[in-house]
Design a protein around this ligand. Structure first.
Ligand code: HEM
Length: 520
């Protein structure tokens, strides 16, 4: 008996020693012999992806400080680097052959697809551009649906935003200056505009009830989880196979379990009614017209009628994702814009003067010409909705950058929020809210700022909804300042406490919309 016990314990000790030696071997290889070994960065990050994952879980912004300490190229995981320079931007996002998206994006798929017996994932055909890896399908959807999302086409929807804003302002009037959540009311506002443009709908009475069930704030929790799981592909597969493990896994990782979204990215509380409206609109259009289309759904169906390979599913998917991908991004941008302007009294006065003049100012311009549009651009610069590296993969022959060689498969990217505070681009005051930098009149400098910018992503996979967001923000901001005296409270440290995750927002601010007597 004693012999058996001794043999078993010797076996366990051997297993333990093998495990420890393997770990030491892997760590030594990653630190000293890996192709990225010579790169600067925290030693722990070179050894294990957990260094990076931990930063996301504790929700502390870290990438800007990393570049201050280690320079423009930093190794943040064994096979990943994050960059912050014009050179890196050009190499990663402006390459003549677009680089593939990094493996992290797989975790953003709305449906986990089907796993076969060999645990290989098979995705169903659909419209989910963010994580799409089938470039033939991606190009088909982007090129065919593209005409509906051009700035000139979207201009036809201005009256819809104006109408939606009449409803919103009338409702805000009835708040009588009561203090409310900024995120909640900007979310409600955006949902009114987006559903109207996308399928001539309206989101189930939320304007009247004045409640989004905390959805936009909860979205922060949703994206923290998604950002972490994107870095843990094996765990994701395991949770797909055994969903009952989710609550334990999230508990152990310290991740939030509360929900803000349904499976297709819409706000969970109103998703069924939004989907109902979308499906009803899609099936009730008989002879869709692009030229006279009443909404995006009709225009996209008209494209389908001409190009059957652009299937109805894609048309419906694109109309649906205008709300699904636009409600949080555009809502969060509006929160930042109002918070930044209204915590700078002198600027707020100038914005009010412009918005209350004879003509409403243009509020969203790539090359700002008004104080209002300079404030909008500056607020969106400092508070990007994406605050992790937009990762891409080094191509077949590798990539040379900053004197280093990155072999095929290395994951590289630039974090939009850090890049937008790059001092080579924006000067020593890059971290300060200074809208006047956009009105300097220095053509060369402004051209550079226009070129080196990740506000709507990198060139080959840029945001298809950017013109839609521009249209809505451009009309909503002046309307609010024209109709209301706005007061905002941002929690202490709020602007800097911006969690490092794919989608993020300024949390916890409060707002008062005090109706103006002479507003038109
Ligand atoms: C102010 C509002 C918005 C901002 C700041 C924004 C920002 C971005 C950024 C930075 C990306 C690139 C992500 C990456 O490379 O990983 C992106 C992609 C995307 N955006 Fe937006 N977005 C906004 C509004 C919208 C709207 C209204 C739509 C609705 C159509 C939309 C749909 C998408 C989609 C489908 C992608 C994925 C594109 C791809 O991977 O090729 N976005 N957005």
């Amino acid at each position: 008996m004693a012999f058996i016990v001794q043999a078993a314990s010797t076996q366990w000790i051997a297993i333990l020693i093998t495990c420890v030696l393997s770990l030491v071997f892997v760590a030594t290889y990653r630190l000293l012999f890996h192709p990225l070994a010579a790169l600067p960065g925290p030693k722990l990050a070179a050894i294990s992806p957990w260094w990076q994952i931990r930063k996301i879980i504790v929700a502390k912004p870290y990438e800007l400080a990393l570049h201050d300490r280690y320079g423009p190229v930093v190794r943040t995981a064994p096979n990943e680097v994050v960059c912050n320079s014009k050179e890196a931007f050009d190499a990663i996002y402006k390459s003549s052959t677009p680089l593939d998206k990094g493996p992290w994006y797989e975790g953003t798929r709305l449906s986990s697809g089907v796993l076969d017996l060999f645990i290989r994932r098979h995705h169903i055909d659909g419209c989910h551009l963010l994580a799409e890896t089938d470039m033939a399908r991606y190009q088909l959807i982007r090129r065919s649906g593209g005409p509906a999302f051009t700035a000139s086409n979207l201009k036809r929807y201005e009256p819809k935003v104006v109408e939606a804003m009449q409803r919103v302002c009338e409702r805000l009037n009835r708040l009588n200056g009561e203090e409310v959540e900024t995120s909640e009311w900007m979310h409600i506002t955006i949902l009114e505009c987006l559903t109207s443009i996308s399928w001539s709908g309206s989101p189930d009475n939320i304007l009247e009830q004045g409640h989004d069930w905390g959805d936009l704030e909860l979205n922060v929790a949703f994206w923290r989880r998604t950002t972490v799981l994107g870095h843990l592909p094996t765990l994701r597969v395991l949770l797909d196979l055994f969903p009952m493990l989710k609550k334990y896994a999230f508990g152990i990782l310290g991740l939030p379990t509360n929900h803000s979204r349904d499976g297709i990215g819409l706000p969970a509380h109103i998703a069924p009614s939004l989907i109902g409206q979308l499906v009803h609109r899609c099936t009730s259009i008989e002879n869709p017209s692009f030229e006279n289309g009443q909404d995006l759904m009709e225009q996209l169906l008209a494209i389908h009628a001409k190009r059957p390979d652009f299937g109805v599913g894609y048309a419906r998917g694109m109309a649906g994702s205008s709300v699904a991908a636009g409600h949080d991004t555009t809502g969060a941008s509006l929160v930042s814009i109002l918070c930044r302007i209204c915590t700078n009294p002198d600027l707020q006065k100038r914005v009010e003067q412009e918005c209350r003049g004879e003509r409403m100012p243009l509020a969203f311009e790539d090359r700002p010409s008004t104080v209002t549009s300079a404030c909008v651009r500056e607020a969106m610069r400092l508070q990007h909705v994406t605050n992790i590296s937009l990762s891409r993969v080094a191509p077949r022959n590798g990539l040379h950058l900053h004197g280093h060689f990155f072999p095929e498969g290395t994951v590289l990217g630039v974090n939009p929020t850090s890049f937008a505070r790059n001092r080579d681009l924006f000067g020593p005051d890059a971290g300060e809210f200074k809208p006047e930098r956009w009105l300097s009149g220095d053509e060369n400098h402004l051209r550079t700022l226009e070129r080196y910018n990740l506000l709507f992503g990198g060139q080959s996979r840029s945001c298809p909804g950017q013109n839609l967001a521009r249209l809505i923000i451009g009309l909503v901001v002046p309307r609010l300042f024209r109709n209301f005296d706005i007061q905002v409270k941002v929690p202490e440290g709020g602007f800097d406490n911006y969690p490092p995750q794919f989608w993020t927002m300024l949390s916890g601010s409060k707002i008062k919309f005090i109706p103006r007597q002479d507003s038109k």
